[in-house]
Design a protein around this ligand. Sequence first.
Ligand code: ATP
Length: 333
Amino acid sequence: SAGVGGDGMPDRPDQDVRLRPRRMDEMVGQRDVIERLKIAIDAAQRRGEPLGHILFDGPPGLGKTTFATVIPVEMETTVQMANGAGLKAPKDLLPYLTNVSEGSVLFIDEIHRIPKSVEEYLYTAMEDYRIDIVLGDGVNARTLNYEIKPFTLIGATTRAGMLSAPLRDRFQIREHLGWYSQQDLCQIVQLNSKKLGLDVDPQSEKIVASRSRSTPRLANNRLLWVRDYAQSKAEGKVDAGLTTAALDMIGIDPLGLDRQDRNYLETLIRVFVGGPAGLEAIAHTMNVSSDTLEDEVEPFLLRSELIVRTRRGRIATAKAFEHLKLAPPEATG
Ligand code: ATP
């Protein structure tokens, strides 16, 4: 999705498209997901049927959109891209649904954002490949039940828990995308350096990978910045010293935290004395939306054991105090 990346630098969609794998075999990691999808694709092709509907969930930047673009390539079909935030009423779905061709893919990113009315409209489309179209209005309105071509819906969400059970159950294939290993990220950095025609030594690949929070999109963004920095400061040659200096300059620390992540920890520690503090309170203090914090900031802080979530709120761990070089509050009692 577009917007400003967690590191405060604008995403670069043009570059993103260039670095995005075009075929499933070019994808790194997620081996078990890829194996299962290949079997499902193969079986669907043998039966001459459209692939079952697929739901991807997981934190941003782990490859949901990439899967939605490579699957249609494997199926030798076309894809239409939509975003749940733009589907406010059933009529917003109509152009897509009436446009599907036999076996083609409709991708809905952020599918948890569609309202109930749109969700219900999708049910019969997904299940029976039929939709109701209302013609005219008022007393003259009549409903036409219209047949559409059998298609595959691919939904993506950062919040599987927010989908209603009836919608979730209509996806035959559900895959969770997890974090990437250091090794996978190194491989992505290496492949993408080649695509960019950039001369990067193995040590620098490791530094970029280890500061990318197990997330391919961040590895790409960091690499693009290192490239800019190298081109302007070192005639394009990338070594460990340069890579570290480049990433330090934009506030990416050795754990891979960016300014916003550290700002979160500092708020929790300084303003709320380490917590427990409620998500909304932290979000208000930082002046960012609680959704952003919950989707984009907290997952990595939780995974890094820098914060814990309790029923009373978020708490900074000893590791967080240490990382920010702040003294933990004195133990009481
Ligand atoms: P969002 O939900 O925020 O849109 P996403 O999960 O859809 O995020 P993508 O846009 O698919 O994430 O991935 C971001 C970028 O990371 C891609 O453009 C691609 O370059 C890279 N990437 C993602 N997954 C892989 C992978 N498995 N192998 C290689 N590169 C990958």
